[in-house]
Ligand binder design. Structure first.
Ligand SMILES: Cc1cc2nc3c(=O)[nH]c(=O)nc-3n(C[C@H](O)[C@H](O)[C@H](O)COP(=O)(O)O)c2cc1C
Length: 306
């Protein structure tokens, strides 16, 4: 089969291949680094950071569902300073792009974190305005265009030359409305989708399975929603998209790229198979080769709608 050029350019950040690992599903890479060389990936999106360390929500906070999981982890993390001091130097040993993912309680907190991370030299900042599992900030920013725009402007004005990618929530009526507001506010890229709000009930105890009652649904069950939303957003904005949601194999990544994504993140599938991201990369390369494409980026936006 002919060689495929797997490199892609996401808002000025060149990656050797389009495969990123999704925030919150890869920790800071240390555990997965025992399975494979992290330099095999295009990018690593680190676990969601907050200004100060967070314990997260009480357990149980993960539950299985048909073809997916529900989680209410609630942004457990050591805080942005500990990331910069202890985790970033570890990730920097690898030839891989490092994307920091941040969540704030106020627009000002997003600004402070961006300044610290830009100073520390991350390759990109992913602004999470869509976490369904935290009360403060969280989902509210991702469901209201004017708040999403305010957070985006604050992040951009404190991120220096580091590109800012805003992560969108699927828990909205019209995702394109938020996408446009964020693009107009200066975002360099968009990522989608975050988890879909869901709930499971134990019929023996009549209690919700998760201590927080509800959680975020991810995994293969959400792929068609992700493909639809990436397609809608790609038709509404000009900035590039990191697509994610339920990717488990090369074909899934190809669908997201055909829908309009420039790069693709693998998340929940890593829990079942730590090599999932590598397998997705290899599967995607084989699909591009089969189609006779010289560049994997030729897939982006190639869907032929009826
Ligand atoms: C356990 C868990 C923790 C997550 N933590 C974060 C987070 O900290 N920040 C964030 O933006 N997204 C977080 N996400 C969402 C994922 O990055 C991703 O958007 C979502 O799970 C859909 O992709 P997937 O189906 O491949 O997992 C988390 C998802 C899971 C399952």
């Amino acid at each position: 089969m002919p060689e495929v050029n797997m490199s892609v350019n996401l808002a000025g950040m060149t990656m050797k291949n389009p495969i990123v690992v999704a925030s919150g599903t890869f920790g800071f890479g240390r555990e997965y680094g025992e399975f494979f060389d992290l330099s095999e990936l295009g990018g690593i999106c680190a676990k969601g950071l907050t200004l100060h360390r967070r314990e997260g929500n009480p357990a149980p906070r993960i539950a299985e569902t048909p073809m997916g999981i529900l989680n209410s982890v609630g942004l457990q993390n050591p805080g942005v300073d500990a990331f910069i001091e202890e985790e970033l130097p570890f990730l920097r040993q690898y030839d891989v792009k490092v994307i920091a993912n941040i969540s704030g309680n106020t627009p000002e907190e997003y600004g402070i974190m961006c300044e610290k991370l830009a100073g520390a030299g991350v390759d990109m900042i992913e602004v999470n305005i869509s976490c369904p599992n935290v009360k403060a900030g969280g989902l509210a920013y991702g469901t209201r265009p004017e708040l999403a725009a305010e957070v985006t402007k604050m992040a951009k004005s404190h991120a220096g030359n580091v590109p800012v990618m805003v992560k969108l929530s699927p828990n909205v009526t019209d995702v394109t409305e938020i996408a446009r507001a964020v693009e107009d506010a200066g975002a360099d890229a968009l990522s989608l989708i975050n988890t879909l709000r869901g709930m499971r009930i134990d019929i023996n105890t009549d209690r919700p399975v998760l201590k927080m009652n509800t959680g975020g649904l991810s995994g293969p069950a959400v792929l068609p929603v992700a493909v639809r939303m990436v397609w809608e957003v790609a038709n509404a904005v000009k900035i590039p998209i990191l697509g994610m949601g339920g990717v488990a194999k090369g074909e899934d990544a190809a669908q997201l790229m055909l829908a309009g994504a420039t790069a693709v993140a693998v998340g929940t599938s890593l829990f079942a198979d730590p090599y999932a991201a590598i397998k997705v990369r290899d599967g995607l390369e084989a699909i591009a080769a089969c189609k006779g494409l010289a560049n994997v980026s030729d897939l982006t936006g190639g869907v032929k709608p009826w």
